[in-house]
Structures are given as C-alpha cells and as structure tokens.
Design a protein around this ligand. Structure first.
Ligand code: ADP
Ligand code: MG
Length: 615
C-alpha cells in the first residue's frame, strides 16, 4: 500500500536500542512499567487537552489501560484510550530521541555494558525498553480528534529502521503489541503480569484491566488450561498512592512508588507525606534519594517533583515547584484548589503555586533537620555516641520517621514502626556526602531560608577530617576571646591542611574549617555571619586575632613592621605589578612568606576557578 514508508532510526536511537537489547537482561520486567506509564501519560495528556476541548473525549471519558496476552501468537498488548499519536507524531516520538535528557544520557555512555546498564536503570529508556523482551513491536494508534481513517501503524524489529503505514482505527488511543523473544515466555502468564503490575504500577491512578481467565478441564483426559472469559477486571489499586490515607500505605509501597517515579534502584533515605491545610490546600509526598543521579549537576534537567490537580498531571516545571538547590528531591504534589484550565505560564505565576513551592521547600528543610538531629558524630571525633545539633535527646527509634508530621493523626502502623527501627544514625552523613555541595547553593539562592540552610552545612576542620562539623559545633568549641569563625578554602583537604596560612591558628590551637567544595567560595559570599559570629577567611586581609593575641605579640609585630619598613618598600617596588601590598604578618610561624587576598577581594581559590572557566 502506498502509505507504507520505511524510515531509519535516528543514529542515537539505534545506539540506544543496541544497548537495551544487549545490556538490560537483569531487570527485564521494567518494560511493562515503562509502557504502562506511557499509557498513563497519554491519558493524562488527553485529560489536560480536554479541559479546553472536551470534544476530544469523543463521548468516552472513562479512561483505562488494558493488558492482554496471546499465548499462541506469543504477544503482549497494552491498549490505552489516551491522546494517541498522529502519523507524524509516531515518526517523531518513536523514531528519534526528542528529550534532551536522553541525549544527555547517551553522552554519558561508557561502552562498559555493566555500567551502562546501571545508567539505563537509573534513567529509564521508556518506549524502547519493549525491545528487552520483544524482537518486534507494532504500535497502532489514532490521535484524539482525528478521523478514523487517519490512524497509524508503526512497526519495527528494533534494528536500524521502522515502518509506518496509514490505517483506519475506530478507537482513539494506542495499542502496543510486543512480539516476544524466545526467552521471554514467562510473560505469557496472567499471574506473572499481575505481579509486575502490582510491583510497579499500583499507584497509577488509572484502572489497569486484564481479562479474567478461568480453568477449563481438558477433554478425553487431556490436561486442562486457562481460558479467557471475556470479562475484564482491574488488577491495580488504581488509587494514586499519595491520595490514600497514610495508615494504609506500607513502607514497601512508599519505596516502590519512589522507585517508579525516580527510576532509582535504591530505596530513598527519607520521605514525608502530608496534607497541608490553610489558604492553599494540597497533599505532598516528597522523597530524599540515597544516591545522587548522574545528572545532578545539570541544573536544567526536568524536575523530580510533579504537580497534579486532583490527580490530573499538570506540570513538572523544575523552578516553579522546588528551588534549584533542592533539585534532588523527588515526589508528587496534588492540589485541589488550582484552576485546571489556565496555561502553565499563568500557573507558574500563581500565588497558590508560589505558596506550594514555599511550603515544600520548608518541608524538605524540615526533613533534613530531622535527619541531621538523628545523625551521630563520626567515631573519630569524640565519644562516638553524641548527638550533634540541638543537643536534644533523640528518642530512638522514632515511630513516625518517614512520615514526619503528617496532618492526619493516625497512629503509626506496625509496618511503619518496623521500618523506622532501621538505623537512622548515619543517614544525614550519607545525604550530605551525596548532596551537600548542592545544598550549599541555597545560601546564595534562598535568602529567606538562609539561616536554616547554614545550620545544615557540615565541613571538615583542623580537628577532624570527616565532613561533620556544623557552624554550631564550631561555635561551641571556640576559644575564650575568639570572635570569628575561621575557614580556609582549597582544592583538596591536603592543600587546605598544609596551607601556611594556618600556622598561627595551629600554634594557638584555634580550629579552622576546611572547605574543599568548588561551590564553597561562592556560597560563603552570601554568609557573613552565623548566629551573630562573623565568618572570616584566614586567607583574606590581615587576620586580626583580636583578643586572642596577647600584648607582647602585638608589640613585637609593631616593632617588626617598623624595623622591616625599608625592606618592605623594596619588596613592594620589586613586586609592584604582582602584589598590591607587602606587609609583616603574625600569621606565619614556620614559613617565611605567604600570599593573601585583600579583605573583600576575590580569593585565590575563586580567582583560579574563574580563570579555569575562561574569565
Ligand atoms: P517519555 O515517556 O519519557 O517521553 P518514552 O520513550 O517512554 O519517553 O516515550 C517516547 C514518546 O512516545 C512519548 O513522549 C510519547 O510522545 C510517545 N508515546 C509513547 N507511548 C505512547 C502512548 N501509549 N500514547 C501516546 N504516545 C506515546
Ligand atoms: Mg515513558
């Protein structure tokens, strides 16, 4: 037929497909999660477009996803009544990689199959994961609103190309048929499919239906078999997890839900599920991952937090829902108040969305404060069993952990208590090792919460190599007469520790915070003091040790300055293009000289960073 066209996959797709079919053996069953989530997305998109154009429902607004299999033909079919695909959309969306995130992913591929397979798991390869179990995929679809004769059939064997043809299709939406590989027989089984749906897709707010089967005895002593009854039953809970009362949700369900929205293999570190009441009412279910994704430093990547209005997906616009320094947070926010039928642009500007963003930011900071409170100090830095932070005693185990401060006042279930008894004491350190550097961006980004963020920061110091010292810890250990928090920035811990600028501090036994993250220098520009005590870089200006310096030392310094005057003049002259000033210092003990930066000047560290960035 003349409408049939053969087209090559975009090069990146071909590469991805090769990887999918060769490297993803360990976690085959995720294909179903991906295809069901696409079906669900398609229904969300239809609902969203239908807000302004109800005729797109074509008189049928009850949406569902149907899952069926044919043992004889060795196929699995997933059918939705969603938005569907036009011919051009099928070519564009199934033949090329349109998402910038996927391109990013492709650029990270190492060629090492094992590592790459892990990456895929973290990322999700969506539609193409069908090729893990299928050697041919057929997609039949008609876009909502198009006439029946503008349907499309897309088919591919997952190698270099795909075919598209025009078809007539009465039903709106999409059917995806997987022609299973030889080794994928296990999926031709209702029990197995139900099990996978239960594991990954229970929270999908759409009913997932399978045809009921019943046992039929064989005739003439032949073994019997399961036969289809023509009746469909719902096999998922079809209940958005976040909208269920928390007493009905097990920790395992919270974790599975997290994995399904984050593509993370690992369980999250913590979560918080709340109904927020007040002028803007919404439900929030927010997670803190245990591991940073590979694209953590890509500030433009799509957000981890999705906004729903009454379970209809609205947007996952990163900046509108979470500040960038909390971009590691995953989760769902569902509001009953927001208007559904306004543009996303207007929504982002709405007071309600701003209130939600603020509320969610505070919630995440609260979760982090909670973890920090439960964090034990590293054994090397003392008794090993002291709680850092506010000094309050921490009841262990806390039965409400994971669902902190939920407004509905149900008692914790047995399962919650069991999960909470898992060791909490190392979580903040784990969190901080993964995301601490991102959190620091908050000093410059979120002035309203700057004090709370500052309290969450941890550093190594001259008394401990472990990144565990808070400003509050430091203050509690300050010497009598010390009136500043001293810190030094450097590329590495070794460089920081061996800096000549530390000599006088070592001699006097004054602790100095050692800062080695690239972001530190920039972030500290926004933090001049902590709890009334100024922060002072030991590499800037003439370090004034104030009352820590005794009279004799001061006098000796003044005399030295006087007697070295002629020499300083000569040095100044000799270095006039290179140094702003040359002066006698009390900060050195063993080294003859060191470079310092003027107060308020750019530090050597920052200057180097800018130079590297080509500025
Ligand atoms: P993602 O879902 O992250 O966009 P996928 O690889 O899973 O990436 O899907 C690629 C695209 O194919 C989707 O964005 C969508 O446009 C289209 N698509 C996939 N499945 C369906 C479906 N069931 N109905 C409509 N469009 C679909
Ligand atoms: Mg998808």
């Amino acid at each position: 037929d003349s409408s049939k066209t053969k087209l090559p996959f975009q090069a990146e797709v071909a590469q991805l497909l090769h990887l999918v079919t060769h490297a993803l053996y360990s976690n085959k069953e995720i294909f179903l999660r991906e295809l069901i989530s696409n079906a669900s997305d398609a229904c969300d998109k239809l609902r969203f477009e239908a807000l302004d154009h109800p005729e797109l429902y074509e008189g049928q607004s009850d949406l569902d996803v149907r899952l069926s299999f044919d043992k004889a033909a060795r196929t699995i079919t997933i059918t939705d009544k969603g938005i569907g695909l036009s011919r051009q959309e099928a070519i564009d969306n199934l033949g090329t990689i349109a998402k910038s995130g996927t391109k990013d992913f492709m650029s990270k591929l190492s060629g090492d199959q094992k590592a790459d397979a892990q990456l895929i798991g973290q990322f999700g390869v969506g539609f193409y994961s069908g090729f893990i179990v299928a050697d041919r995929i057929t997609v039949e679809s008609r876009r909502a609103g198009l006439p029946a004769d503008q349907g499309v059939r897309w088919a591919s064997g997952g190698a270099g190309d795909f075919e598209v043809a025009d078809i007539t299709r009465a039903e709106r939406g999409t059917s995806i048929t997987l022609h299973l590989r030889e080794d994928a027989d296990e999926y031709l089984n209702a029990w197995k499919l139900k099990q996978i749906v239960g594991k990954y897709s229970d929270h999908i707010s759409l009913p997932i239906l399978m045809e009921k089967e019943e046992w039929k005895d064989g005739e003439n002593d032949q073994p019997g078999d399961m036969v289809k009854t023509g009746e469909w039953e719902t096999v998922n809970k079809a209940n958005a997890l976040w909208s269920r009362p928390k007493k009905d949700i097990t920790p395992e369900q919270y974790e599975e839900f997290y994995k399904s929205i984050s593509h993370d293999y690992e369980a999250p570190l913590a979560w918080s599920h709340n109904r927020v009441e007040g002028s803007t009412e919404y439900t929030q279910l927010l997670y803190i991952p245990a591991k940073a994704p590979f694209d953590l430093w890509n500030r433009d990547k799509s957000a981890g937090v999705k906004l729903y209005v009454k379970r209809v997906f609205i947007m996952d616009d990163a900046d509108a829902l979470m500040p960038s320094y909390l971009r590691f947070v995953k989760g769902v926010i569902d509001s009953a108040d927001l208007p559904l039928n306004v543009s996303r642009e207007l929504l982002q500007e709405s007071r309600d969305v701003k209130a939600i963003r603020e509320g969610s930011t505070k919630r995440v900071l609260g979760m982090l404060e909670d973890l920090a409170k439960k964090q034990k100090t590293a054994p090397e830095s003392g008794e090993g069993k002291i709680d850092v932070g506010s000094g309050e005693s921490v009841p262990a185990p806390d039965p409400t952990e994971g669902v902190t401060d939920v407004v509905d006042k149900n008692a914790p279930t047995a399962a919650e208590t069991a999960a909470a008894s898992a060791d909490e004491s190392g979580k903040y350190a784990r969190f901080y090792a993964e995301f601490g550097a991102v959190l620091k961006e908050g000093l410059g980004e979120d002035f309203a919460n700057r004090d709370r963020i500052a309290k969450l920061l941890r550093y190594a110091s001259t008394t401990t190599d472990s990144v565990s010292v808070s400003f509050a810890d430091y203050k509690a250990r300050m010497k009598e007469g010390q009136d500043a928090i001293y810190y030094i920035t450097a590329d590495t811990l070794a460089a920081a520790k061996n800096s000549p600028q530390l000599e006088v501090f070592k001699k006097k036994g004054i602790e100095v915070l050692l800062m080695t993250d690239r972001v530190d220098e920039w972030a500290l520009n926004y933090l001049n003091e902590f709890d009334g005590t100024p922060l002072q870089s030991v590499a800037k200006g003439a370090v004034d040790l104030g009352k820590l310096q005794d009279e004799a030392e001061k006098k000796a310094a003044e005399e030295a300055a006087e007697s070295f005057k002629p020499m300083l003049e000569k040095l100044k002259e000799a270095l006039k293009d290179k140094a702003e000033d040359v002066r006698v210092t009390t900060r050195l003990v063993d080294s003859p000289a060191c470079l310092v930066v003027q107060d308020g000047g750019m530090s050597t560290q920052l200057a180097r960073m800018l130079k590297q960035a080509g500025q």
